[in-house]
Design a protein around this ligand. Sequence first.
Ligand code: SAM
Length: 315
Amino acid sequence: MNQSVTLESLQLHFPSAMIGRSLVIHANCFDWLQAVPENTLHAMVTDPPYGLKEYEYEQIAKRNKGEGGIWRIPPSFDGHERSPLPRFTALNAKERGILKDFFIEWGRMALRALRPGAHIFLASSTFLSQMVFSAIVESGLEFRGEVIRLVQTLRGGDRPKNAEQEYPNVASLPRGSYEPWGLFRKPIPLGMRVSDCLREYGTGGLRRLPDGNPFSDVIPSERTPKKERAIADHPSLKPQSFLRQVVYAALPLGTGILADPFMGSGSTIAAAEALGLCSVGVERHNAYYHMSLEVIPKLSGLEHPIQGHHRRLFS
Ligand SMILES: C[S@@+](CC[C@H](N)C(=O)[O-])C[C@H]1O[C@@H](n2cnc3c(N)ncnc32)[C@H](O)[C@@H]1O
């Protein structure tokens, strides 16, 4: 067991920077995960590229030029201009096969780098979660359920296309009101109980809320606030109010190293930083890696992004 692995040592041979207790790395996470010593990481919280295509260099360039590609502007039903969203439904059977293989391979790499009993929180979408989660299970990780982020999305709810007048009382899909996050665990070694795993590896369970109540798998959330979007111009930015709750739960003893292998602008790392936890983020795209260096100190410095009951608990 790698009791002695330090956060700094996880930069390996990749370009990187330390920000507070966080390490950010510019790399393809497949290369990085392969180089991480076995049984090292205590948890992962990550938001992968679901459609695979949308974060290809060519597709990001098209989005930046407003040329579309897989990125489409959702219909503006209330007069507000929408940001482009990736069209996951655009994946054909072959691309779905590629997506499945991608997650099986990624899951195997994550499995090797994680400590026994370590959890992964994996953001997904209602369309693809079933396939992505099965692929992760095929890689050897245990399925431990889902965390439902309650948030009004812009997907679904439309009347049948070109027959809106004819079928005014029909919606072709429900209006999306949640985002599923898969919860997985690296199997606990045979004969060990959660308590043994906590003692041996510092993993195995989830951290309770600061008031002693268990972490719940339904989290009332919000769209990412304007204030955060003004700090981080990333198309898939997640809100601090949600991430801070998940990151808190992911390290059962409040110690260890949490990783986000698809870091984007660094919102997960900022959440860990805000809670005083050690984390490592990996991003392949040069512009997003550099963006994270600016974004992490700003997002982590935001006070009280958590609303209601949880705000009192986490502030
Ligand atoms: C869905 S976004 C995550 C955004 C993040 N939730 C945020 O709030 O900024 C996925 C990110 O993974 C990056 N990415 C895609 N493939 C990667 C890979 N193989 N290794 C590392 N990063 C990758 C993309 O460039 C993109 O920034």
